[in-house]
Design a protein around this ligand. Structure first.
Ligand code: B4P
Length: 191
């Protein structure tokens, strides 16, 4: 199986590139952000709990997202592999993911991390906020908090994969197609 963690700060292009990668490699896309937004739209108890965190740009508690990913892995039995988009976002989530995959006799192949400067992230997210209606993209303070939370809680996940020699940074600035080519080169080399 090919199991890719697509990593990067908010607005780095994870969702955008995932859509292209799943098509090329025939993978299942698991985006915790998308799953949480679907729960929110369906007004489930989980969605209502998640909303309290997402609206402020904070991370949803580990137990909630780990449970969600566990259920999604169980729903998808025999597949080529997965793209994990926006997950893991904490070291505890990374440890839990390793253990969930081990139960299925598989593991993470590599982590590709999109690197984009701060100002570009803010610009992209505010732009998306104008069109998408996403509450967390419309408020500059919430965007800054998401980026702060990324540096404080999520960036340390890099060390987790670095220690396993599975971390590969990729320049996330440029055209969507150019960035896609860069990602494919890294994946093809290590799959
Ligand atoms: P996510 O849905 O994961 O949102 P994101 O990281 O902000 O966006 P993404 O990275 O997918 O967007 P993209 O760059 O593709 O998370 C939202 C919230 O959910 C979190 O704040 C948190 O509360 C919660 N959450 C999710 N997962 C969690 C977890 N595991 N644990 C705890 N909480 C969790 O796109 C951004 C914009 O840039 C788009 O408009 C796109 O068109 C544009 N863009 C992309 N590539 C570009 C390029 N090359 N040039 C110019 N623009 C580009």
């Amino acid at each position: 199986m090919l199991n890719v963690v697509l990593f990067g700060p908010p607005g780095s292009g994870k969702g955008t590139q995932s859509a292209k990668l799943i098509e090329k490699y025939g993978l299942i896309h698991l985006s915790t952000g998308d799953i949480l937004r679907a729960e929110l739209a369906a007004q489930t108890e989980l969605g209502k709990e998640a909303k309290r965190y997402m609206d402020k740009g904070e991370l949803v508690p580990d137990r909630v997202v780990i449970g969600m990913i566990g259920r999604k892995l169980d729903e998808n039995g025999k597949v080529n592999g997965f793209i994990f988009d926006g997950f893991p976002r904490t070291t505890s989530q990374a440890e839990a993911l390793d253990s969930l995959l081990k139960d299925k006799n598989t593991s993470i192949t590599l982590m590709v991390a999109l690197e984009v400067p701060h100002e570009e992230l803010v610009k992209r997210l505010l732009n998306r906020g104008k069109e998408s209606g996403r509450a967390d993209d419309q408020n500059a303070e919430v965007i800054e908090n998401r980026i702060r939370v990324y540096h404080r809680e999520t960036a340390p996940v890099i060390h987790y994969y670095e220690a396993q020699h599975k971390f590969f940074p990729v320049n996330g600035v440029g055209s969507i197609d150019d960035i896609f080519q860069r990602l494919c080169e890294v994946i093809d080399k290590h799959k």
